[in-house]
Design a protein around this ligand. Structure first.
Ligand code: GCW
Length: 721
């Protein structure tokens, strides 16, 4: 009887596994017991113990991860061993720190994978079948361990492993736009993680969890402070705090960088100038660099925003960006530091087309930068819009390394309220063909250095991390952190593979649910483009908060207004950037230029970026531009409803806490999508003077209502705007 009852209970349990509440803190590193009995059984047969012989701080954190991961996933204590005495042992280490690894003679496999790469193989050791994670250095062992755990979290077959992986990009770096008072510029997930007041004495355990999460996806660097920089962080009191963070991050392979305020020699150095050619200024930066390295020997270097949006820079002294970058680069060079110099510049003298400015300023400087300078370029020529063409600088500088700057925080994509998976946006840019050296010269090849054989390579993500319990605000915003890390490791990955992994680790391995959520995620970016800025429109956000619509915004600096970018008039809509307009198309290589120049060949999704299109222009659908535009907005709104329906179908497979959180956010997203649709259609209609086509829901209010509409619930910044 008991036995039958037991069996009954067991079957019930297996078929209805309890879905535990989840506050999202553990991100994709949940390590919950594997719920699929078959998968669990096969893993329990393949894994019976593990060995990590190394004793460095990095080996210790790797061992902790191995232990917590295996014990959690397999639901029992998996023994740590010191010798191979049976089948199913995992051995992780380097030839230096592990006698077993060294005896396996893996030199051939290990050459060419560098200091961060790893191999994971199934092999035999004195007749015992074992899994080996081997690397040249500790960091590789840690990454390999995370990889193996990921395979298990995603229920992959681990019986015959033959994995070789090494990062294609050298510096994979988060940019925190965090201020020293803990506010975060464009941050929507609470305060900055860095509690400067309590550092260096008190170390929040979150610092460790932050490092772990980053290491799990291969991120190996972080810039702690805002590019709109405060020189105070370079004073000794703060540097000691920075050093404390660097100490926490080091075992996880993460190096710390800071933003350098160009006028720091004046502000904290008491000099009269910050002129990069002034000997006192040069000496000040050199001494500052020496001081930093005495506290943080593996300090990465500086990120600099100069002569842009009011930030000081070399041009204030009639010097060039190269003069400024080189001066700081020389100060850090003896310590192997680098300077990441941003190309997001726009001058106070408003140019004819803001999209052209970075290219015009930087291309003439090609070849003039020191070897340890890399130019950090945003993915598109304007500013992190839902859709932009790739930045024309990619491929255009042959002697200077260029790095990517993606924005992970959703400044222009609905903050932490809208469900928008950004991997498709990142992927679209990385796979864009610049034609710099003929067909196939895709942006990813600029970023991984292969196009021009650059050794210094990097990818930055302006992060969406804050001190909210779930780190990012929206449960799905975690996927953007995850995707950034994975693409920085390998810019050739596909969004769908990334989504699949992330969903399995974060929510469930139920195939049907994974497929459904994956569809939602993969479509989500296009959905947002439709209800915000379809057909190549851009920068139509309300001034300041950039959250809701503001196509009418016409006050302030001209090239920050919506009317500057939409150019709506009685004839049509869109920014003429062809040869008859601003001619920014000419910054692209001829093949690409010709495609964008001709309205017949310009991709429709970028049409209003490059062309001023008449309202009655016939689109691919056969509809006029006006009708097509209205229907795109409607499609955006309808698709948000679709997202909600899809989410509802996943209810039984998701823990209540996160299910309800996402559900509530989708309600807001639908509200916002409607506001976008109605506000934009009503505003553009004042120019088109055409009726709204059938199939588009009628706006609830008139244009004045939307112009006067004030959000009270934008995370993080509602008090400011
Ligand atoms: O998009 C703009 C943002 C600013 C930001 C700037 C930049 C940090 O609105 O908040 O400043 O870009 O990238 O420097």
């Amino acid at each position: 009887m008991n036995r039958i009852l037991y069996l009954l209970l067991f079957t019930l349990f297996i078929h209805n596994p309890v879905i535990k509440a989840d506050d999202g803190y553990r991100l994709w590193l949940r390590y919950d017991l594997i719920s699929d009995p078959q998968v669990l059984g096969s893993y329990q047969r393949s894994v019976s113990g593990w060995i990590i012989e190394g004793t460095s701080p990095s080996s210790i954190v790797t061992a902790n991860e191995m232990k917590n991961g295996l014990n959690g996933l397999l639901g029992k204590n998996i023994e740590r061993l010191s010798a191979i005495k049976r089948n199913g042992i995992i051995v992780a280490g380097t030839p230096e720190n592990s006698a077993i690894i060294s005896s396996l003679k893996l030199n051939k496999q290990l050459t060419g994978i560098g200091s961060e790469g790893y191999i994971i193989i199934t092999t035999k050791y004195r007749n015992e079948k074992i899994i080996v994670i081997a690397a040249n250095k500790d960091a590789g062992v840690l990454y390999g361990t995370f990889h193996l755990l990921r395979l298990m979290e995603t229920h992959r077959d681990i019986s015959k492993l033959e994995i070789v992986s090494s990062p294609k990009v050298k510096i994979r770096i988060l940019n925190h736009w965090d201020n020293l008072n803990r506010s975060v510029e464009r941050g929507y997930a609470g305060l900055s993680l860095w509690d400067w007041n309590s550092l260096p004495d008190s170390l929040d355990p979150r610092y460790t969890d932050y490092a772990r999460a980053n290491a799990s996806i291969g991120i190996n660097a972080t810039v702690l402070t805002n590019v709109n920089a405060n020189a105070l962080v370079l004073t000794r009191d703060y540097l000691v705090k920075v050093a404390a963070l660097a100490n926490v991050f080091r075992p996880y392979g993460i190096r710390v960088y800071l933003t350098a305020r160009f006028s720091a020699p004046i502000e904290i150095g008491k000099l009269k100038t910050a002129d990069p050619l002034d000997p006192d200024v040069i000496a000040w930066w050199k001494a500052k660099a020496d001081e930093i390295y005495s506290l943080i020997p593996d300090f990465g270097g500086f990120l600099v925003k100069a002569n842009s949006e009011g930030q000081p820079g070399p041009q204030s002294y009639n010097r060039t960006h190269a003069d400024g970058a080189n001066m700081i680069a020389d100060a850090v060079a003896p310590h192997n530091g680098i300077v990441m110099w941003r190309a997001f510049v726009y001058d106070n003298n408003v140019p004819d087309d803001r999209a052209k400015q970075a290219y015009n300023e930087f291309v003439p400087l090609d070849g003039k930068f020191r070897k340890n300078v890399i130019i950090q370029v945003k993915n598109g020529p304007v500013d992190f819009q839902p859709r932009e063409p790739f930045h024309p600088l990619f491929g255009a500088m042959t002697q200077t390394p260029l790095m990517m700057e993606f924005q992970v925080t959703q400044e222009y994509l609905g903050a932490s309220v809208h469900l928008v998976f950004l991997a498709p946006l990142f992927e679209e840019c990385l796979k864009s063909d610049t034609w710099a050296k003929g067909e196939g010269s895709i942006v990813a090849k600029v970023i991984d250095g292969s196009l021009e054989n650059q050794q210094l390579t990097a990818m930055a993500g302006v992060t969406n991390i804050g001190n909210m319990r779930n780190w990012n605000g929206h449960p799905f915003a975690q996927a953007n952190w995850y995707a950034f890390g994975r693409l920085a490791w390998d810019p050739y990955l596909n969004s769908s593979d990334i989504a699949d992994e992330w969903i399995r680790m974060t929510f469930t391995n139920d195939n049907e649910t994974v497929a459904r959520i994956s569809r939602m995620m993969l479509d989500s970016r296009e959905i947002t483009v439709n209800y915000m800025t379809p057909l190549g429109l851009h920068h139509q956000m309300y001034a300041g908060h950039h959250y809701g619509p503001g196509p009418w915004v016409n006050r302030g600096r001209a090239d920050q207004t919506s009317v500057y970018f939409n150019r709506a008039d009685s004839i049509g809509l869109g920014f003429n950037r062809t040869s008859t307009g601003s001619n920014s198309v000419n910054q692209y290589f001829p093949h690409v230029r010709d495609i964008f120049e001709n309205i017949e060949t310009c991709p429709e999704n970028l049409m209003l970026w490059f062309h001023h299109v008449p309202w009655d222009y016939k689109m691919a659908s056969g509809r006029t531009l006006w009708n097509e535009l209205c229907l795109r907005y409607e499609k955006g709104v309808d698709s948000v409803k679709w997202l909600s329906d899809q989410w509802e179908l996943s209810k039984s497979k998701i823990d209540t806490e996160r299910f309800e959180a996402v559900k509530a956010l989708l309600v807001k997203q639908e509200r916002d999508a409607k506001i976008w649709r109605d506000a934009c259609i009503l505003y553009f209609q004042t120019f088109s003077k055409r009726p709204v086509p059938e199939g588009v829901e009628k706006a609830d209010h008139d244009l004045d209502y939307y112009k006067a509409y004030r959000y009270t619930d934008i995370p993080g910044i509602s008090s400011r705007f």
